[in-house]
Design a protein around this ligand. Structure first.
Ligand SMILES: Cc1cc2nc3c(=O)[nH]c(=O)nc-3n(C[C@H](O)[C@H](O)[C@H](O)COP(=O)(O)OP(=O)(O)OC[C@H]3O[C@@H](n4cnc5c(N)ncnc54)[C@H](O)[C@@H]3O)c2cc1C
Length: 492
């Protein structure tokens, strides 16, 4: 029986399992390894806070690419009054993903077995001429598989510069913004400083304000830019067509064309197809969104040097326009900034000291000027999740790097991967056993974090995994170390 082990049961891992079950025609064993009890949540959808909304409308959040309104229909079946343009809670979305898996597993064909292991994968070793993998788990259990999918998502945020070891250990400082979901902010007296001004910052502001936190909230990032809002109006869908060829491989020209399209209101700077060009740009959001079907090809056409240039100079601007807030959240954020309750600063966190009463943060303003000092009772790292394996604190990630089973992508975004998800080794050879999708493929794809991209990847990867079935006599085993001697180097 062919055994596929999936490490990580967030959106990507869970949907890979669902697609494997949907598409399998031959005997198959699926083992899904996830540290959390629940499946389908990961970081994004494990929040229980009702004001953590999806940043994509319900009509575009189906987990199944072949059924575009699947999520909407599911939400309606839960007696919710929702339209295609509603922004629903991420908690609900986690339940939706879990329910897809549950209903798929209940109807499992006899030739498929599915097992969920609540455990942490610590290391992988390739055996039998690199045709099988042995996964060592924290419990001591071992999984042997023909194919392994790394669906490990993003890693915990890096500690920002300016935060010393002693501050990182302070009770007033939160490095992982999702760790203290049960924190009692109502009893915290004083102000808060959030490091980072992206969507994680927006989430934390909502959480603080609606949990009874009474102080002012400061948020700082180099540029002091916050995500833009989605339009309340539904914008005309864009006909998919070919981009002007000269825009591929030329970052400068592409950037100019985007700016010019927004400024002039004419798509002619991006597309030469006459029917598209005749459409007018009603809203800048349409221009950002019309690039979405082309973003992976555009990214692939850039040299590594240009990719790094984009990451250094343009990514901040791209991100705030591309990853937008739900309109109702944007209204609240605007209200908070207008009353001065939320202050967005552009600058660099230089240092933080702690007194018996508070944390004192020193911020160097962007463009120079006097450093600003803030006295705060709470500091939360909202700098965002990291796709960088090299800096990840994950035992598995470090083990994979040490064993040279994976190679970081030259941009530092995830791993070197072939377009079908096969992980490349140091010689550039695609693995027949190790595959990945989602955030670890960021260097290859440029954009790969949102559900509309991930759901397609999960379906396509499942098909690739099923193409080459191999047999394995055993899958999940409680093997004594002595039975394991044929493995050349010991598992660490
Ligand atoms: C806060 C937030 C909000 C988002 N909101 C939206 C949105 O509204 N709309 C949208 O389209 N996209 C959104 N996204 C983007 C996207 O949907 C998520 O990033 C997506 O869920 C990624 O799925 P994933 O399965 O690859 O990773 P994750 O969800 O991070 O899941 C990875 C899983 O792997 C497990 N894991 C990791 N290592 C191991 C190991 N060694 N052993 C066992 N288990 C392991 C983790 O416990 C985790 O559950 C959001 C992302 C974030 C972070």
């Amino acid at each position: 029986m062919n055994t596929v082990a999936i490490i990580g049961g967030g959106f990507a891992g869970t949907l890979t399992a669902v697609n494997l079950i949907h598409h399998a025609r031959n005997p198959l064993k699926i083992v899904l390894i996830e540290t959390a009890e629940n499946l389908g949540r990961g970081v994004a959808y494990s929040t229980v806070f009702p004001k953590h909304l999806l940043n994509v409308p319900a009509g575009r959040m189906s987990a199944l690419p072949d059924e575009p309104l699947h999520f909407l229909k599911w939400a309606r079946a839960q007696n919710m009054v929702v339209s295609e343009s509603s922004y629903l809670s991420r908690k609900l979305y986690g339940q939706y993903i879990d329910s897809i898996l549950q209903s798929t597993v209940i109807n499992l064909p006899a030739f498929i077995t599915f097992e969920k292991l609540t455990d942490e994968a610590l290391s992988i070793q390739l055996i039998q001429d690199q045709t099988k993998a042995v996964i060592k788990l924290a419990s001591g259990e071992v999984v042997v598989a023909d194919k392994v999918v790394l669906a490990t998502g993003n890693f915990c945020p890096q500690t920002p510069s300016g935060i010393s070891q002693s501050i990182a250990a302070s009770e007033r400082y939160v490095n992982n913004p999702w760790q203290r979901a049960d924190a009692d902010y109502a009893t915290t007296s004083g102000d808060a400083l959030l490091i980072g001004t992206g969507l994680t910052m927006i989430d934390k502001v909502m959480e603080l304000v609606h949990s009874g936190f009474k102080g002012n909230i400061y948020a700082v990032s180099r540029h002091g830019l916050i995500p833009r809002a989605h339009s309340k109006a539904s914008l005309a869908a864009f006909a998919q067509t070919e981009l002007n060829q000269e825009l591929y491989g030329d970052l400068t020209l592409l950037f100019k064309a985007v700016k010019e399209t927004i400024r002039s209101g004419s798509y002619a700077h991006l597309f030469d197809n006459s029917s598209t060009v005749k459409m007018d740009v009603a809203d800048w959001r349409q221009v950002i969104d019309c690039l979405r079907p082309h973003s992976q090809a555009l990214w692939a056409s850039l040299s590594d040097k240009q990719k790094k240039r984009f990451l250094r100079h343009l990514r901040t601007y791209w991100d705030v326009h591309r990853h937008r807030m739900a309109p109702e959240i944007a209204e609240e954020i605007n209200g908070l900034t207008e009353t001065g309750r939320l202050k967005i600063l552009s600058g660099r966190l230089y240092s933080v000291n702690e007194t018996s009463e508070a944390l004192i943060a020193t911020i160097m303003p962007r463009g120079g000027g006097q450093p600003e000092q803030l006295k705060v009772a709470l500091m939360i790292n909202c700098s965002g999740y990291s796709p960088d394996f090299r800096r990840a604190k994950s035992v598995l990630a470090q083990s994979l790097l040490t064993r040279a089973l994976v190679v970081p992508h030259p941009t530092g975004l995830g791993l070197s991967v072939r377009t079908d998800g096969a992980i490349l080794d140091v010689t550039g050879k695609p693995s027949k056993v190790l595959f990945t999708l989602g955030p670890p493929t960021l260097g290859l794809r440029g954009e790969t974090v949102a559900v509309p991209e991930l759901r397609v990847q999960a379906r396509e990867l499942a098909k690739v995994l099923l193409q080459t079935g191999q047999t394995s006599e055993f899958s999940v085993l409680q093997i004594e170390e002595s039975e394991f001697n044929y493995v050349k180097s010991p598992l660490s």
